[in-house]
Ligand binder design. Structure first.
Ligand SMILES: [Zn+2]
Ligand SMILES: [Zn+2]
Length: 469
């Protein structure tokens, strides 16, 4: 039989076959557990490890604030170019979205944030920040390096993963030349690499979403380094894991005058003081004690002399809660209390909420939690997966996890033999670079196994065959 006849016979046979043949193909449990193990061996190779370390240090030396991550973004694109990974740029000013795979469903995303903080680094080391007043004190430099590390191993292993996936299909096709052709073309789907700007208060994730970065994506994973857990461990929880929160500012206007003649003034200092005391009752007296909330007034500005009552006072702060209902209620009551309490003292007030910095609750999808437990368990051992308590901190990953199923977890980096690792936003914050391979491998393994376990019902092989023909 001529090769073209053989080809058309095989195609006919294949197309007549039930569509479930390929979609039912799955790796054995042993093969699945081997994926993270294999990735970890790769990531710990000195040439891969130091490549990640160098990327992280380069970014650390040149920290950039939210929506100004131009050099960081350039570095990411240069590395993606080197690896031959296509990407979209610019997305939300400096954001980059890379694609590994077929460009076809299913799509699964991995996220890294790129921005630094407006603070001075106090750690004395060779790769200290070279930009006065800016520092990577939250580990986002490491997040970028780890996602690039994941990209590298996904690119290197992409053919091997495909071959494993279509092995049964190849048996069905009797290992002919055609099946070899299909091996190369049969793919799993697409892994979307999301490098986002402005996590630290700028809501970069929201802008990425609005720009369509997660179009067709069905799940997203994100990680954060943590000095609370040892290196080689991870921590997470299903459901709400980080709070919703925002900032408010209130201007309380009175009438200034001589401090010794208060009857001719309307004192905004006393009014603002009463406002702050009343605000403290919102959590202590109005909220359910079992529903965690915080309201902190962290700013109070007014007056400049000992003998002058000022015209106005500005106060501001943050509010946090663990449910949509509670955060909306808190926001509404802040406005009411400020306005009404100020008027008790004959003052006028205006309240503004910084919508840009308002982040929803970060909720971890329960199915993805199970997926995470399996993959991280295979890689690190189940004893190294910790359950963390919910934190009142906020994360703009919450926008992603609100739009599609999302999962956010902590990557341990503590190692007492290397001195104390401070928590994020400290001028003494350090990253334990030994954690980099673990983060990169978790990214790569979570995405790969997600694709393997969530193949669409229609056969990818069928489509690939059509593509090839
Ligand atoms: Zn931070
Ligand atoms: Zn952070």
């Amino acid at each position: 039989m001529g090769s073209s006849k053989l080809l058309s016979l095989l195609v006919t046979l294949y197309l007549l076959a039930p569509t479930s043949i390929s979609s039912d193909v799955s790796l054995s449990p042993e093969e699945l557990t081997q994926i993270p193990v294999k990735f970890l061996d790769f990531a710990k190779k000195p040439e891969i490890f130091y490549w990640m370390v160098n990327i992280r240090r380069k970014i650390h030396e040149n920290p950039e604030l939210g929506f100004q991550e131009f050099e960081t973004s350039k570095l990411i694109r240069a590395e993606l170019d080197q690896m031959g990974i296509p990407y979209k740029f610019p997305v939300a000013v400096t954001g980059v979205v890379g694609y590994i795979g077929t460009g076809q469903p299913p799509f699964v995303a991995l996220r890294a944030d790129m921005d630094a903080l407006a603070m001075e680094e106090s750690v004395e080391w060779e790769h200290k920040s070279k930009v006065p007043g800016k520092m990577h004190a939250c580990g986002h430099d490491a997040h970028v390096a780890m996602l690039l590390g994941a990209a590298k191993m996904l690119q290197v292993f992409r053919h091997e993963i495909k071959v494993l996936k279509c092995r049964l299909f190849c048996i069905f096709m009797n290992e002919t030349a055609i099946s070899k052709l299909l091996r190369v073309k049969t793919c799993l789907g697409t892994i979307v690499l999301v490098f986002q700007p402005a996590e630290e208060g700028g809501g970069g994730a929201k802008k990425m979403l609005d720009a369509g970065a997660l179009e067709n994506v069905e799940a997203i994973f994100g990680l954060h380094v943590s000095s609370l857990f040892p290196v080689g461990t991870v921590a997470s929880r299903p459901g709400p894991t980080l709070a919703a929160g925002g900032f408010f500012e209130a201007v309380i206007n009175g009438k200034g005058g001589h401090a010794a003649i208060p009857q001719h003034t309307i004192d905004p200092i006393v009014a603002a003081s009463n406002v702050i005391v009343s605000l403290q009752h919102l959590v202590s007296r109005e909220a359910d004690p079992l529903d965690s909330q915080v309201l902190t007034v962290a700013k109070f500005e007014g007056g400049g002399a000992f003998n002058i009552i000022p015209d106005s006072v500005t106060i501001g702060g943050t509010f946090r809660a663990f449910s949509k209902e509670s955060i909306i209620q808190l926001k509404q009551r802040i406005e009411e209390v400020v306005m009404k309490q100020a008027s008790v003292q004959r003052c006028n007030a205006t309240v503004t909420f910084d919508d840009k910095s308002f982040y929803p609750v970060t909720v971890n999808n329960k199915n993805l939690h199970e997926h995470f437990q399996k993959v991280a368990g295979d890689m690190l051992g189940i004893q190294n997966i910790k359950e963390n308590r919910p934190l009142m901190g906020t994360e703009d990953f919450s926008f992603f996890a609100e739009a599609i199923p999302g999962y956010f977890y902590y990557l341990g980096m503590n190692d007492e033999t290397k001195g104390k690792f401070e928590t994020g936003h400290s001028p003494y914050f350090r990253v334990n670079e030994d954690a980099l391979p673990y983060g990169a491998v978790l990214h790569a393994s979570l995405a790969t196994r997600y694709l393997l376990e969530n193949q669409p019902k229609t056969t990818l092989a069928s489509r690939s065959l059509h593509d090839e023909l």
